[in-house]
Design a protein around this ligand. Structure first.
Ligand code: NDP
Ligand code: GDR
Length: 356
């Protein structure tokens, strides 16, 4: 059997690191694309990286960028992957309102560039392509729960860019017979989630407050609801999508939604604190019921020009056709993230270790 070779864009991100780890354990050779940065940006994959000079090295990093077509063509040509996972993106919804053009360039046109690289190199029939699509496509969702047949209504430059990426992936499947598949993934988190996404922002703050390193957690919309799962489960789903007998699009979700407010309450409960809410709107505060100290305040700057209020996924198709379902539930996810951040705050572990 020929050896499986994967190329992952966004390998230095949360999902890229979990996926690289999974594929290496499955015996793949893994090539990851990393961006040039003035500081180290490979923290999440440091534990699986071995010097390429060492015998038996199976994980290789290459400089690249989704905004650079020639670079992508060369990378696909040199690495000759059997599977490409396009996880690279400017992935922060709020940041996309500040950098809409760059987000469109990387997230929408970047996907096109990668698909074109495959076509230019005549690899349409030898490569399986995974596109990191998102529940943000549903935006102002017209039905609950959202499935593969729910109409899209993007609510941010990020979601609009990902909408293009979704459809160009479908188009290349239909036009050129490529194995090109979308995973429509609902929010998934982990101890290595980026620090500015709401879950990690909360769990870091809970740990910092516990160790007296921070007084207050400032948040935006507490009533947004999301279907939160664990990244470890979701990268397994990505892999299954590419092993399926035919290229298709799948929702991966837990089928359970919770509010940001609930996440805050559970996270503080991990450190024995009970939060009592007082006031309304931007004046609302979260008070430690024990000491009476204000721990949570609202800051307008974290509200988005257009918000996605409620996302809840229906993973029935993935369960039926891929045998996929989540294994980590909401409570365990929150507990794992808080415990990891407590350990980091105590100085016990590296800042961004997946195993934390
Ligand atoms: P992260 O933000 O953690 O990682 C994004 C990765 O993309 C990083 O490696 C980043 O590099 C890289 N990247 C950013 N811009 C470029 C570029 N121009 N060229 C090449 N690489 C780039 O995201 P996640 O791991 O959470 O998500 C992975 C993918 O899945 C993203 O496409 C995201 O939009 C999508 N998604 C995520 C969901 C989630 O809940 N996590 C849900 C649904 C979809 P660097 O490290 O240098 O910044
Ligand atoms: P999201 O994740 O926008 O769903 O995109 P994020 O964690 O940023 O926001 C979730 C919800 O929390 C509300 N919120 C805050 N969000 C942030 N970041 N910071 C705050 O202080 C804050 N306060 C409240 C937000 O308004 C929102 O409603 C993530 C990303 O990973 C995308 O790349 C991915 O496509 C989707 O999940 C599925």
């Amino acid at each position: 059997m020929t050896e499986k070779v994967a190329l992952i864009t966004g390998v230095t991100g949360q999902d890229g690191a979990y996926l690289a780890d999974l594929l290496l354990r499955k015996g793949y050779i893994v090539h990851g694309v990393k961006r040039r940065s003035s500081s180290f940006n490979t923290e999440r994959v440091d534990d699986i990286y071995v010097d390429p000079h060492e015998r038996g090295a199976r994980f290789f990093l290459h400089y690249g960028d989704l905004t650079d077509a020639t670079n992508l063509i060369r990378l696909v040509q040199e690495t000759r992957p059997s599977e490409i996972y396009n996880l690279g993106a400017q992935s922060h919804v709020q940041v996309s309102f500040e950098t809409p053009e760059y987000t469109g360039n990387a997230d929408a046109l970047g996907t096109l560039r990668l698909l074109e690289a495959i076509r230019i190199l005549g690899m349409e029939k030898s490569v399986r392509f995974y596109q990191a699509s998102t529940s943000e496509l549903y935006g102002k969702a017209r039905e609950v729960p959202q499935s593969e047949t729910t109409p899209f209504h993007p609510r941010s430059p990020y979601a609009a860019a990902k909408l293009y990426a979704y459809w160009i992936t479908v188009n290349y499947r239909e036009a050129y017979g490529m194995f090109a598949a979308n995973g429509i993934l609902f929010n998934h988190e982990s101890p290595t989630r980026g620090e500015t996404f709401v879950t990690r922002k909360i769990t870091r703050a809970v740990a910092s407050i516990q160790y007296g390193l921070q007084d207050t957690l400032y948040l935006g919309n507490l009533d947004a609801r999301r279907d939160w799962g664990h990244a470890r489960d979701y990268v397994e789903g990505m892999w299954r999508i590419l092993q399926h007998s035919e290229a298709d699009d799948f929702v991966l979700a837990t089928g359970e939604a919770h509010s940001v407010r609930e996440f805050v309450e559970l996270a503080f409960a991990e450190t024995g604190r009970s939060i009592r809410w007082q006031g309304e709107g931007v004046d609302e505060v979260g008070v430690d019921a024990g000491s009476g100290t204000v721990l949570v305040r609202i800051d307008r700057r974290y509200f988005r020009p257009t918000e996605v209020d409620f996302l809840l996924g229906d993973p029935a198709k993935a369960k039926a056709r891929l045998g996929w379902s989540h294994t980590t539930g909401f409570r365990d996810l929150v507990a794992e993230m808080v415990q990891a951040d407590l350990a980091r705050a105590a100085g016990g572990t590296r800042q961004n270790s997946r195993s934390a």
